[in-house]
Write a protein that binds this ligand. Structure first.
Ligand SMILES: *Cc1c(COP(=O)(O)O)cnc(C)c1O
Length: 388
């Protein structure tokens, strides 16, 4: 049985905490699974499970019995195996030839994206007396890795001829599945089907097929095929605004980021705050200091634009975000005490701030806000053991 115990308890009372509600991840997973209509689940855990913590999220998801899990790199797959995760693990990134024996030793499913790479895998597996698991990648329009549909048959043939590999699946990736215009997605899906018709034409069994990311799961039901690869939806966020990708599945954010007030002062009118003296109150006001900065992955671009929640109210960041701290203007009558909770992402009382808002303020996407939260922020888990 996978253990859902939290990793090592913090050594000190944390002043900076990302609280992950695994119960929400379960609910999001089940919602996506229902929408996937019988397709197998291949949850995506790359980049530290989108900042939520690779190992605890993987252990939690394993209990939900997905068809497998997907990560981007060998290193991520190896961490999962070292932690005792035993389900199939697909590494989606391009492979470096020197790494192939390690993929095999860790029983990771390799993505082959050329005839040459496939042959290298076959050779390495033969040397080790092993059979390597492979998913073949074709480029139907993302322009990243994979063989184009017109040249892919050579790779399919090589897969049939190889003696030490098992081609379990063929897959591709959408570039615009979260965009309002469906044209490119339709073309990509068509081109994918045309490419893999190789197998039926050849009279051999077609491997499993997968192509759908979160955007496609939301708005292109015909792309769900044998497996789906949801990432951002599992963590409770949408890949794009609702005018781009309709929110046909209800999910809710699993991550709350909070800190505490470490300093309170009355800031006199005309006295600047922070680097560059870039913010100066025009009236006496109250300013708190919060021990969070860009060194934790809180974007410096939020200087003078971001907000946090303290005392149940949204309050503006005053001046520039420092590496380790930021200052907040709570107004002439605002109340806050040292040790009070400050919410950066999440809710407190009636107020809430979403990762989507941080992304908008910083001119980026929700994915980057989440994956940017680094190891300086302690992760804590609630809701372990929930499976429905
Ligand atoms: C990241 C990724 C996904 C998941 O994308 P979401 O938009 O988070 O659902 C699926 N497939 C591949 C190949 C990816 O790189």
């Amino acid at each position: 049985m996978p253990s859902n115990e939290a990793p090592d308890a913090p050594r000190f009372p944390p002043v900076n905490l990302a609280e992950i509600d695994l119960g929400r991840i379960t609910a999001n997973y089940r919602a996506v699974e229902r929408a996937a209509g019988g397709a197998g689940m291949l949850p995506v855990l790359k980049a530290n499970a989108y900042g939520h913590g690779l190992i605890p999220v993987a252990r939690h998801l394993e209990a939900l019995e997905p068809a497998g899990m997907a990560v981007a790199f060998l290193e991520e797959g190896a961490l999962l195996r070292d932690a005792g995760v035993s389900c199939p693990i697909l590494v989606m990134g391009g492979i470096d030839v020197d790494q192939i024996p390690h993929f095999i030793a860790y029983d990771l499913t390799i993505t082959a994206s050329s005839v040459e790479k496939l042959r290298e895998v076959d050779k390495a597996a033969g040397k080790l007396g092993a059979t390597a698991r492979l998913h073949l990648k074709i480029d139907t329009g993302m322009g990243r890795i994979g063989m184009r549909p017109d040249t892919a048959p050579a790779m399919f043939e090589a897969g049939l001829a190889a003696e030490h590999v098992e081609v379990e699946a063929v897959y591709s990736h959408f570039a615009t599945a979260d965009c309002a215009d469906p044209e490119q997605t339709r073309r990509q899906l068509e081109s994918f089907h045309r490419a893999v018709s190789f197998y039926s034409a050849r009279g051999v069994t077609t491997p499993k097929l997968h192509i759908a990311n979160s955007g496609a799961i939301l708005q292109h039901p015909e792309s769900r095929l044998d497996l789906v690869r949801p990432g951002i939806l599992l963590y409770g966020h949408y890949p794009a605004d609702s005018d781009q990708a309709p929110r046909t599945i209800r999910v809710s954010p699993a991550l709350t980021w909070k800190s505490r007030v470490v300093y309170f002062k009355v800031q006199p009118a005309g006295c600047p705050v922070g680097y560059g003296a870039a913010w100066t109150p025009d009236r006496d006001t109250r300013v708190i200091t919060v021990p969070v900065g860009y060194g934790h992955g809180y974007f410096r671009a939020l200087s003078d634009r971001g907000e946090v929640i303290v005392g149940g109210h949204r309050r503006p960041i005053a001046g520039r975000v420092c590496m380790d701290q930021l200052m907040v203007d709570i107004g002439p009558d605002g109340e806050a005490y040292n040790g009070d909770e400050v919410v950066l992402i999440g809710s407190q009382g009636e107020a809430s701030i979403t990762a989507d808002e941080l992304a908008r303020w910083a001119g980026t996407i929700t994915y980057e806000v989440l994956t940017n939260i680094n190891t300086r922020v302690e992760r804590r888990y609630i809701g372990a053991g929930t499976t429905s």
